[in-house]
Each structure stands twice: as C-alpha cells, then as structure tokens.
Design a protein around this ligand. Structure first.
Ligand code: ZN
Length: 453
C-alpha cells in the first residue's frame, strides 16, 4: 500500500491553496510531495482518483473515552449533566490498564483516519496506575498513545496534561482524579519521557496542556507555559456555566477574561471549547490570534452550550475542530454540527460563511488552517509538505462540482471518504483502514473485558 519512491498520483480534481484545480498530478518521494502540477496529463501507472484534499487535523481528543462512547445515554434519577457524565468517565478511567488504553486508542485513531483526519492532538491526562502511583516509567501511558498512533498510522501531536487540583484556588484533587495528578517535578519527568518518545516518531509534535483554570494555579500555569518550549499550549476553558461562576467567585473575572489578562495568549495557544464568553471576550480572543478548539459533537452530547461563532469569525478568529470525548468520529459531522448549532441559536441559515461563499468550503478551510496551527503541523497540497491527503468518492453524486461537493459531503453525506494517505502511505482504501480487522478484534476483546469488570 505504500507509495514507493517517485510514484505518482493523478486526480481529476484537487483543492490546492489557490483553489480548485483540474487534472492534478502529484509526485511523492519518501512521504513528501515533491511536485504538484495542474492541467497535467496522467502517465501510465499513475494511481487515479476523483478528488483530493489535504487531510485534516483533529485538535482535541481524550482517547480512552472512546471506550465509553454510547454507554452514557441512559437517564439517571434526576437531570443529567456534564458533571454526572464526568463521574461515569472517572469510574471508567480508573479501570483501564496501559494495554487497554493502547487497544482503544488504536481503534479510535483508525476511525479518525477513516473519517479523513490525518493528525490527532491527544490531550493526554490518564498518566498513572489505578492507585494513583506513577508507573515505573512515568511516561508509560504516553508511550501507549504513541504506540496506538503508530499502529493506526496517524500523525500525533502529543499534549501531556498538567492536572493538580479539583477546583479554583488550588483545591486538593479529588480521589477520582488520582490517575491524572502531577507535581511540577513529576510533570518535568513526564515531559522528558514524552520528548524522547516524540523524538523517535516521524511527523510527531509535542506541546503542553494545563488542564483548565480549575486544575492549575496561576503559578503552575506560568511554569507549564515555560515548559512548552515553543510548542503549542492547549487548555480547556469556559465549557460549563458552573466553571464560569466558580471562576468569577475565585477571581472576579470570567475564565477567558482571566486568561487573556493573565497569560500572554497568542497563536501558540488553543482554547478548547471557549463556549461561555461575553461579546467582549469573544472579540478579544479572536484578536489574540489563538485558536478556538471547538468540539461541536461532544459539546452537543454534553449539553455544554453554543460557541459565539459568528462574532468570533467576524472578528477574524481562528477555529479548529476536535472530537474530545470521542462519542462519534466524524469530520464532516463536526463541521455540520458546528454550523447547525449556530443556525439553531440564531434562527438563520449559512451563519458561518461570508456572503456568497459556500459554508462547507469556509468551514473546511478555517478548520484546516486553525487545526494545523494548533497542532504545529502543515496543511495543504503543496510541494515540500508531507503527503497527508484524502480522496472523496463521488460515485453517488457525480453531478456535483467544486464547493458543492464539500457542501454535499458535510450536509448531505452522499459523498464519502475513499482513501487517506499519511506521509504518502495509503492507510484507508475504499473507506476502510487497511488494518481494520486486526485493530478492531483487539478493541472488541478489550471492551468485553472492561465491561465485565
Ligand atoms: Zn476535552
């Protein structure tokens, strides 16, 4: 399945940085695009495809949570909420071994590739053994994430999470959080382990993730930002109204307001969710250059609220998408849910596009650029970039052209993902990962064991 040195790929249509081009011929050597020619003639032996796009970044994932997808949809005795979901998630987190995490993450990353994601930002906080003690190798769990990314063949940006407290003002962690907790000293050892793991992993990047303003003190936040050493910095922020109220009680400022006032937030930062913001916060965050890491399917599943998308984009803000709780793995589904949340909130259509612009095209372009920035990756079918690409199957709707195809894929799903290449290696063929059976068998065995415990 690998594209050998100097092999060529010919697409009837491709989305290049300057727009749609016909009859595009790509040469790939050692996983890198070395030539892009439009209006080209195919040569005998070229691999033929209908339509090629750059693969997308999934900027926010907690891999282990894929194990509980669909298992928290039964109502409890009273109103369910993010917080009751979190209790279930903690119970699940406490049962999983390193082997379990690797098996679940490999299944998840395979599904991400099948959806058209070429890179995952793993916001990794399940660090320690079930009793809360670090494994002999403090980066054991991170090593399992790296192994899973390697098995599935997805690009990885690893975001080791610093988590130390259960609430604003440095509250002691709760017992259910024991596998997540580090001191600044132990986090330094963890980061050192992660640096050597990532150093051996082609195409991988390393950042840091102070978990949230609930889980780190201002002093710890400064230290973690220092530890990022130029890499991306991701943080959960303003996902829930309770978090906003607690932050106000602690500091008299709202979470995004506090962060913008107390940290040098710039394009190295990715603020995950940023759901509950005033208009002033929304505009300030947009102007900071940071990426808003939106997780529309998870935010809908958890009843978080609606991001102020039209104001943020009007102000020139950058966005990317992530699958967060991994309840459903769907690239076009995330973009659709993002736009639909805006439509429901504003009682209007085509909210996130500019006048006379395709909504699908605008969402895809925005999430491609924001996602790549947030994960320190490249995007675009460009000479010198890794050949991280996807092709779409247009069989069911061959009458569509250009942006109509993207709108159809996102809103109507007649168009589907056909192939996905990571560094020139074709990992998905006809919508199926090349190692699907083997990866899925291991996942099923693991799930049976976890659910019987
Ligand atoms: Zn998250």
């Amino acid at each position: 399945m690998a594209m050998m040195n100097g092999t060529a790929l010919f697409a009837q249509k491709a989305l290049l940085p300057d727009g749609w081009r016909d009859r595009v011929r790509l040469l790939v050597e050692d996983g890198i695009i070395v030539s892009v020619e439009a209006d080209a003639t195919p040569a005998p032996g070229d691999e033929r495809h209908e339509l090629i796009l750059s693969a997308m970044s999934n900027l926010h994932s907690h891999a282990f949570q894929r194990a509980m997808a669909g298992l928290t949809e039964t109502r409890g005795p009273a109103d369910d909420s993010f917080w009751s979901w979190r209790n279930t998630m903690y119970r699940f987190a406490l049962t999983m071994s390193p082997e379990d995490v690797e098996a679940v993450a490999a299944q998840l990353y395979m599904e991400m590739l099948e959806a058209g994601f070429g890179r995952v930002g793993e916001f990794h906080y399940l660090h320690h053994g079930p009793d809360g003690d670090p494994y002999a190798n403090i980066a054991e769990m991170a090593e399992r994430i790296v192994a899973a990314a390697h098995i599935a063949g997805i690009n990885l940006t690893l975001l080791p999470v610093f988590y130390a407290h259960s609430g604003f003002g440095g509250l002691a962690p709760a017992d259910g959080q024991r596998r997540f907790i580090n001191s600044l000293d132990s986090f330094e050892r963890l980061m050192s382990g992660c640096r050597s793991l990532i150093g051996q992993c082609e195409g991988a990047a390393l950042g840091v993730a102070p978990h949230s303003l609930r889980a780190v003190t201002p002093q710890e936040l400064d230290a973690i930002v220092q530890a990022s050493a130029g890499g991306p910095i991701h943080i959960h922020i303003a996902e829930q109204t309770k978090e906003v109220a607690d932050c106000l009680a602690w500091s008299s400022a709202r979470p995004v307001e506090w962060l913008l006032d107390n940290a040098s937030v710039d394009e190295r930062w990715c603020l995950i969710h940023a759901t509950h913001m005033t208009e002033a916060e929304t505009r300030s965050l947009a102007r900071s250059g940071a990426v808003a890491g939106l997780c529309p399917i998870t935010e809908a599943n958890l009843g978080d609220g609606i991001f102020s998308g039209h104001i943020f984009l009007e102000e020139g803000g950058r966005i990317g998408v992530g699958s967060d709780s991994n309840v459903l793995i769907s690239l076009n589904g995330e973009l659709r849910q993002l736009e639909y949340s805006q439509r429901l909130g504003r009682q209007a259509r085509n909210v996130l596009a500019a006048p006379y612009q395709s909504t699908g095209r605008h969402l895809l372009d925005s999430a491609a650029h924001g996602g790549a920035l947030a994960l320190h990756a490249t995007t675009g079918i460009v000479t010198g970039h890794p050949a991280d690409m996807l092709s779409l199957d247009l069989t069911a709707a061959p009458y569509l052209v250009n942006d109509e195809i993207l709108d159809h894929w996102i809103f109507a799903e007649g168009v589907t993902v056909d192939s996905v290449w990571i560094r020139g290696r074709r990992q998905v063929v006809a919508g199926r990962h090349v190692a699907r059976d083997e990866i899925n068998r291991r996942f099923v065995t693991t799930m049976r064991k976890l659910l019987r415990q």
